[in-house]
Design a protein around this ligand. Structure first.
Ligand SMILES: Nc1ncnc2c1ncn2[C@@H]1O[C@H](COP(=O)(O)OP(=O)(O)OP(=O)(O)O)[C@@H](O)[C@H]1O
Length: 328
């Protein structure tokens, strides 16, 4: 089980500690400073990007930089309008209200949020039975931060109510190396540049993965009495963790191997492939596939998923001649 407190401990609190994403940070700095000078709540902020890239971290940083309180929830936790009403009434002037997975809001909750975002008001039902009536109550001016891994699934009316839109893209190798160096300093362990570089390369462009690998490699270093995380101990740890030089783990390779060996490289439908590898279609599509596609190992086509030449090479499986080759 991951140490949650330690994860929080590694979480940057201010913009200056948030590594990489320079263009995005520079813009945010301006928006935060302007809101502070006007003594107004920041405009509603929409953050999209793959999991583990720092959406929650960034929202917390914005709250710290603004010096406002941070209220955090996620769309699946908001089952009934009263769940949202409870949180809205707990907000203070300028509060940052963070809703994770905002693409999963129920329609009734989304409608309620429109009024809260636009008019800073909320409809409350008072009384019971035939005497029940709806009264509109004012809310403090707050900033809604909506985060999602699936911006395309957010309804247009909701999306257009956000004044600031940010997309976090996967981190570069150098940015990840900086994140690993910072985390190693905080964890009080030395790391060689070559080892940091290998871990960065194996981190799938994702700080959360980088921190996880660092903590596991630290375990190997400590058990092997190494005061510094060096290249050999990192290589040993990654091979024991079955993480290869592209950052693929066992299940990633199972997906590729199934596609190649069972379905002759595809095309095969998402559902069929998901069942074959024992995953839900959603987790295959949202969690595993984006990185495999980004690395050029899988192609998404209308007919289904295809393994690329690179996938065959990566798994060291000879690619059978394509039919057209037979006629050449
Ligand atoms: N830019 C960064 N610099 C340093 N550390 C970072 C950065 N971004 C993320 N992290 C680290 O990565 C971890 C994951 O970040 P976070 O939980 O914010 O990701 P997320 O994108 O919100 O994930 P999810 O989409 O699953 O909610 C954090 O604990 C933090 O330590």
């Amino acid at each position: 089980m991951e140490d949650i407190n330690q994860d929080n401990f590694l979480r940057p609190r201010f913009l200056a500690e948030f590594q990489g994403q320079e263009a995005l940070k520079a813009n945010l700095e301006v928006f935060i400073e302007a809101a502070k000078r006007r003594k107004e709540a920041l405009d509603h902020l929409f953050i999209s990007g793959p999991p583990g890239l720092g959406k929650t971290t960034l929202a917390g940083i914005v709250a710290s930089e603004l010096g406002v309180n941070f209220v955090l929830t996620s769309a699946p936790a908001l089952e009934k309008p009263k769940d949202l009403a409870g949180l809205l009434t707990s907000l203070q002037e300028g509060s940052l209200f963070f809703i994770d997975e905002i693409h999963r809001l129920r329609p009734a909750i989304e409608e309620m949020l429109y009024i809260a975002m636009e008019d800073f008001e909320m409809d409350l039902i008072v009384g019971q039975g035939v005497g029940a009536r709806s009264v509109r109550v004012p809310l403090p001016r707050f900033t809604l931060v909506g985060a999602t891994t699936k911006p395309g699934s957010v309804s247009a009316p909701l999306h257009t109510r956000f004044g600031i839109t940010i997309r976090i893209n996967p981190y570069t190798q150098l940015e990840l190396q900086d994140i690993i160096d910072r985390s190693a300093r905080l964890l009080n362990i030395a790391i060689d540049p070559a080892a940091a570089s290998l871990l960065a390369q194996s981190s799938r462009g994702t700080p959360r993965v980088a921190n996880r690998l660092l903590k596991r490699v630290r375990d190997f270093a400590q058990v092997h009495h190494e005061a510094t995380i060096n290249l050999p101990i990192s290589e040993l740890a990654l091979s024991r963790l079955q993480v290869d030089h592209l950052g693929l783990e066992d299940q990633d390779r199972t997906i590729l191997r199934t596609l190649i060996e069972v379905y002759k490289g595809g095309p095969v439908g998402l559902q069929t492939l998901a069942i074959a590898v024992g995953e839900s279609a959603e987790s295959l599509e949202d969690f595993y596939e984006p990185y495999l596609v980004q690395q050029g190992l899988i192609m998404r086509t209308r007919q289904g998923r295809l393994a690329t030449d690179l996938a065959y090479q990566h798994l060291n499986i000879p690619r059978p001649n394509a039919p057209r080759d037979l006629f050449e």
